[in-house]
Ligand binder design. Structure first.
Ligand code: 5GP
Length: 223
């Protein structure tokens, strides 16, 4: 059996409008933390009914399951949270986070906003980070450049992105993914701060309200 550490891990929920570069930022944050010998942090591996994209590995990127299997898991209360997003189901199993947390490992949940609000209702120990795009135009451009979605799917994602941004107001932190390196460093700074408990200044610096106002003001200027 693994030795029990003297601390429980912290669940960090990271949400963003799709196309903000959330997955890449999270991957780099985890990688840099490891290189620097920081306290361990892992992704929770979600379940999804979405078809596997090329390059994705079952059990690593997601547990790819059928709709029947997903529904069975929902019925047996296997999920901390689950959501329907873009016609596919996604869910974080209790199992994917409980074990690492008990072992003192922080867990990063990279999920969308409906799931984030379920986590808020169920886990008082979770911290909530929202990644903001530098502008809506930049977001549209990134979705197109990614080349994984058809134009009508991109239009749907952008529509949804506006609703996602509204949810950011209820998060603990907002970080703008303008300069990629700085964004990764800021995410790590927040994680470190939460680990050590010195968060007052951080919560002021990364308060979602002013960041959202800046984004709205930039949109109004661009119009
Ligand atoms: P994608 O299909 O592009 O991998 O993910 C689509 C959206 O689903 C992203 O916003 C991603 O963060 C979110 N997502 C991935 N896993 C989960 C999960 O377990 N629960 C919820 N609620 N959303 C998830």
């Amino acid at each position: 059996m693994k030795p029990r550490p003297d601390r429980r891990g912290i669940p960090f929920v990271v949400a963003a409008a799709s196309g903000t570069g959330k997955t890449t930022v999270c991957r780099h944050a985890i990688g840099r933390n490891r290189e620097r010998g920081g306290s361990p942090i892992e992704f929770s591996v979600s379940h999804t009914t979405r078809p596997r994209r090329s390059g994705e590995v079952d059990g690593v990127d997601y547990h790819f399951v059928s709709l029947e299997e997903f529904q069975r898991l929902v019925a047996t209360d296997a999920f901390l949270e689950s959501a329907l997003y873009n016609e596919n189901h996604y869910g974080t199993s209790w199992r994917s986070i409980e074990e690492p947390l008990a072992d003192g490992i922080d867990v990063l949940l990279e999920i969308e906003i409906q799931g984030a609000s379920q986590v808020r209702a169920r886990r008082g120990d979770a911290r909530f980070l929202f990644l903001l795009p530098p502008s809506m135009a930049a977001l549209a451009e990134r979705l197109r450049a990614r080349g994984t979605d058809a134009p009508e799917q991109i239009a749907r994602r952008l529509q949804w992105a506006n609703r996602e941004l509204e949810a950011a107001a209820g998060f603990d932190y907002a970080v703008v993914n303008d300069d990629f390196d700085r964004c990764v460093e800021q995410v790590l700074e927040i994680i470190e701060g939460e680990r050590s408990g010195g968060v007052e200044g951080l919560r002021r610096r990364f308060a979602p309200g002013p960041a959202l106002e800046a984004l709205t003001a930039a949109e109004a200027r661009a119009r």
